[in-house]
Design a binder for this molecule. Structure first.
Ligand SMILES: C[S@@+](CC[C@H](N)C(=O)[O-])C[C@H]1O[C@@H](n2cnc3c(N)ncnc32)[C@H](O)[C@@H]1O
Length: 427
């Protein structure tokens, strides 16, 4: 790396053990969030700074895996030459600390040197010391797409798919942004109260700023995680939500008194956003395939006493002014939060997702009455799931038309993830 990046939290030997264990669990297929939370539960004696480091470092190892393994190869220690997955994971962690965060070899060995961390292990400290002491120049190859993919640690097929839609000359900036630790963004509630709350939060010592792009959005500009335990969070004045997610929900342009169906409500983030916008004279009906996520949405809206939100088994689409479809997708716009998905996603999985997205659009379009707006959105960057789905859907549904230009939120232009949204209307 040219310039080492600051680490989040504090690195330590017990922290390194937890990171490497969680990374191994991710490689075996466990979702990254679950792997982090299990490792933190197991290593319950770690303090707050160590815990923050663990979560950050586990994300980093997934983010930079391809490049780290290329560097390992250049140092004569390609993963395939190390006997155990544990050796490979320890070596990857050591390289990341050295190359990405600037830790020197002695510091790295404090964290990964024997005795510990992680058993079984067959790699002696001398292997790490010798490999990290070498000066290497990485060879990313000659093909421009392959180079960008290797440099920013993406599978080449995924970098190629992103390149199809990225603004001209901006592919590397997009990939780089997807590898950056995202800021925490929140929506201030009730609507319109941001200017009143912001000075109070600043006075209380929270490093926050207003986001110009969305009327109620604020962002933590630095480490200020105590805000999660603050009274404003407990009182429901703050809703954690990516900026891109707020812009997508904003595309609904929900008005007081309207009836809205949130067809893929998940854990209810956008349901709450929409409930705030329609106010107590309106109604929001939440729906989702996953009973577990719906239970969470019910509990969140219940805690906030949003009595105009309900979750009927089969919401009446024909009563809606607007239906939001926050569709299941590849999540390629939010890889900064879920970097393990880079390596788990396949072209076949994307094709399956587009099929589901078209099915959901078809179900909703059949159920709504003329004049109803359908907002279709994803947190994907891929054309197939976005413009591609909308084009295919409109081609087979002449009674539905586009209502204005689509929304594209690019992660390198706005610290808010990558999102897409299209407003459609049934004639
Ligand atoms: C992107 S998430 C929704 C996130 C949510 N709107 C929020 O703001 O927190 C997509 C959701 O679609 C749900 N889902 C998947 N297939 C579905 C289907 N056929 N019909 C309805 N919901 C579906 C998933 O369970 C998942 O919760």
């Amino acid at each position: 790396m040219d310039t080492p990046r600051p680490i989040v939290g504090r690195a330590s030997k017990p922290g390194a053990v937890a990171v490497i264990e969680a990374h191994l669990a991710v490689l075996k297929g466990k979702p990254l969030r679950a792997a982090i939370s299990e490792a933190l539960q197991k290593h319950a004696s770690l303090g707050g700074n160590d815990r923050r480091f663990v979560a950050f470092a586990v994300r980093e190892l997934s983010r930079h895996m391809r490049r780290l393994d290329l560097s390992a190869k250049a140092r004569g220690r390609a993963p395939s030459t190390l006997a155990l997955p544990e050796d490979q994971a320890i070596f990857r962690y050591a390289l990341w600390r050295h190359e990405f965060t600037g830790a020197d070899v002695n510091r790295v060995l404090v964290e990964v040197g024997l005795p510990g961390p992680v058993r079984p292990r067959s790699m002696p400290d001398a292997v790490v010391r010798e490999a990290l002491s070498k000066d290497v120049v990485l060879d990313f190859g000659d093909d421009p797409l392959d180079r960008a993919a290797a440099k920013h640690s993406f599978p080449t097929w995924l970098a190629t798919a992103i390149a199809q839609v990225a603004p001209e000359g901006e592919l590397e900036a997009v990939l780089e942004a997807l590898n950056r630790e995202p800021f925490v963004t929140m929506k201030v509630r009730p609507n319109g109260s941001r200017d009143e709350l912001l000075p109070t939060l600043l006075q209380a010592g929270f490093p926050v700023r207003a986001c110009d792009e969305s009327p109620d959005a604020i962002q933590l500009t630095d480490e200020g995680r105590a805000i999660f335990d603050s009274r404003w969070m407990k009182e429901g004045r703050l809703l954690v939500m990516d900026l891109g997610s707020q812009l997508l929900a904003g595309l609904c342009r929900a008005q007081p008194g309207q009836t809205i169906v949130d067809w893929c409500a998940g854990a209810g983030g956008k349901t709450i956003f929409l409930a705030d916008a329609v106010g107590p004279t309106g109604r929001v009906y939440g729906h989702d395939l996953s009973a577990k996520r719906l239970a969470e949405a019910k509990s969140r809206t219940g805690e906030l006493k949003l009595r105009h939100v309900s979750f009927p088994k089969e919401p009446r689409l024909d009563l809606a002014h607007l239906v939001l479809i926050d569709a299941p997708c590849s999540g390629t716009g939010t890889l900064a939060r879920e970097p393990d998905q880079k390596w788990k996603l396949t072209k076949a999985k994307v094709a399956e997702l587009t099929k589901t997205q078209l099915e959901i659009l078809d179900t909703v379009a059949r159920g709504v009455k003329p004049g109803t707006v359908i907002v279709y959105g994803t947190c994907s960057l891929l054309k197939d799931e976005n413009e591609g789905v909308v084009e295919r859907f409109l081609a087979t549904h002449p009674d539905v038309v586009a209502d204005g230009p689509a929304l594209r939120v690019w992660p390198h232009r706005l610290d808010g993830g990558g999102f897409f949204g299209a407003r459609l209307v049934k004639r």
